[in-house]
Design a protein around this ligand. Sequence first.
Ligand SMILES: [Cu+2]
Length: 101
Amino acid sequence: MAGYATLRNPCTQAVEVAEVSGADFGMAMIHATTVENGMSRMRAMGALTIPAKGEAVLAPGGSHIMLMDPKRELHVGDKVRLALKLSDGRMLSADFVVRRE
Ligand SMILES: [Cu+2]
């Protein structure tokens, strides 16, 4: 599964999302999608930067939260809470709704 969202930063300093986790998944990480030789590939991103007064978009075909090893059966409409750890140590959480692609 993959998590998509628009992350907005209203502050005057950029922030970095360093880690993502969630109780419903054994592993979650931020992936970037790149196209090499016509092949779409995913790779882990060290951190996701959200510019000052800007946003970072996680969307199909682009960066996304890769969600692996689900710990429960998830159905369309279920809510999944993910925690975002910023590189300064702050923790944020957000609820994601399960959808069929
Ligand atoms: Cu991925």
